[in-house]
Design a protein around this ligand. Structure first.
Ligand SMILES: Cc1cc2nc3c(=O)[nH]c(=O)nc-3n(C[C@H](O)[C@H](O)[C@H](O)COP(=O)(O)O)c2cc1C
Length: 379
């Protein structure tokens, strides 16, 4: 007898009725999602992650999404230089929580699919149907060099990931013994037990931004994370992006939910929030780390005109290294989140400069406002 039912519908709903799922993004990596030198930046220590997960679970947040990062980006803080491995991190947090979904993020080219399949089955049993998988194909060459693994040509990464996910799903679903013969992977007499918790499988998500990445998500995943859902505060822009993704999925006879990410700086007054945003993201930006991130995408003052480079660098810092900043009073932050929900976005992974210091205020002030507007159920 299972402790709870875990249908795919239950898993996608994260076992609750919140229209807008709210989670925490990036807490397993030092500095989280804020490339800043401010001393209160996030440590990502296990003790802090555990305290955060317990607090978030009790406050009714829906998920935690880590970042699979193996090497820091340099700069004064060596941004992301300290990171906890995501599957083992997820297992620890699933054991310590009761309600929330916890994702593990896996680089398909670095993990054998049968090992990943079994690790996630184990995590799924520990969390009784609450584990999710973020499949990433890799984009950071320096990181792959460290493993002695060559990053494949861009679209081939997704062709490889297709075989990888087909094997993972087969290991979760197929009874008996099976062989697999692909272009990249050949496996003999595979047997994989137990199957995931309940009569279903872990949630699958992907966040590829290229055409190949989006097509992969549409073919295989339950959730697609987009770094920018149109212009997030403009309802029409977000709604158009969601409609485009959903229509493309329907063409394949599939359904997919659109998620996004953002940074939150929420304070009692707009002035306080604006000042702190400037202080963290701009005045104390870790420019060396930002240069390191851009260099990984081959964006340097040598590859593009200097003026364009400095504009891009500033834009990247101002947009919290790739996530819309929700900056303001609880009223304003709640209003903006309600807007993206009305646009059809199913959920958002939020980051905070210091999650433990700031998430309680967000949960106390913003969540009840979202419940009043019907975007979330009262907790
Ligand atoms: C919400 C979100 C989470 C991501 N998590 C990771 C991660 O943990 N590790 C990683 O190497 N890349 C991560 N990425 C990068 C994507 O997987 C993807 O490689 C990137 O968006 C580039 O898209 P493309 O692969 O389609 O070119 C993430 C992106 C987003 C928007």
């Amino acid at each position: 007898m299972l402790a709870r039912s875990a249908s795919m519908r239950d898993r996608i709903a994260m076992y609750n009725g919140n229209a807008l799922k709210i989670g925490l993004f990036g807490a397993n990596c030092s500095s989280g999602r804020s490339a800043t030198t401010v001393p209160e930046r996030w440590s990502a220590s296990w003790r802090d992650c555990l305290a955060l997960a317990r607090l978030a679970d009790a406050a009714g947040l829906d998920f935690m999404l880590p970042i699979a990062r193996w090497k820091g980006y340099g700069g004064d803080t060596d941004f992301h230089g300290r990171s906890l491995e995501t599957i083992t991190w997820a297992v620890g947090l699933l054991g310590a929580t009761k309600r929330m979904t916890v994702f593990g993020t896996v680089h398909a080219p670095l993990f054998h699919p049968l090992i990943a399949a079994k690790e996630f089955v184990t995590a799924d049993h520990i969390g009784e149907g609450r584990v999710g998988v973020n499949i990433v194909c890799g984009w950071n060459e320096g990181e792959f060099d460290m493993f002695g693994v060559t990053l494949r040509e861009h679209d081939t990464r997704y062709a490889y990931a297709q075989e990888w996910i087909d094997i993972v799903k087969a290991a979760w679903e197929r009874d008996g013994t099976f062989d697999y013969e692909g272009e990249f992977l050949k496996l003999n007499a595979v047997r994989a037990y137990p199957k995931p918790y309940g009569d279903s499988r872990p949630l699958l998500m992907n966040a590829g931004s290229s055409d190949a990445g989006q097509a992969f998500a549409l073919r295989n995943c339950d959730a697609f994370f987009v770094a920018t859902a149109g212009s997030r505060t403009s309802l029409a822009g977000s709604a158009a992006k969601v409609a485009e993704v959903k229509a493309a999925a329907q063409q394949l006879g599939r359904e997919i939910e659109v998620f996004t990410v953002g940074q939150v700086i929420c304070r009692p007054t707009q002035q306080e929030a604006d000042d702190y945003y400037q202080h963290v993201n701009i005045e104390n930006a870790d420019w060396g780390a930002i240069d390191g991130m851009l260099a990984n995408k081959s964006i340097t003052p040598q590859t593009i005109p200097a003026e364009e480079y400095y504009a891009k660098r500033r834009y990247f810092a101002a947009n919290a290294v790739g996530g819309y900043p929700f900056v303001g009073t609880p009223d304003r932050v709640a209003e903006e989140l309600a807007v993206i929900s009305q646009a059809g976005v199913r959920g958002i992974g939020l980051s905070f400069v210091n999650y433990l210091n700031e998430v309680p205020y967000f949960c106390d002030e913003v969540l009840p406002r979202l419940a009043r507007t019907g975007v979330r159920v009262k907790h």
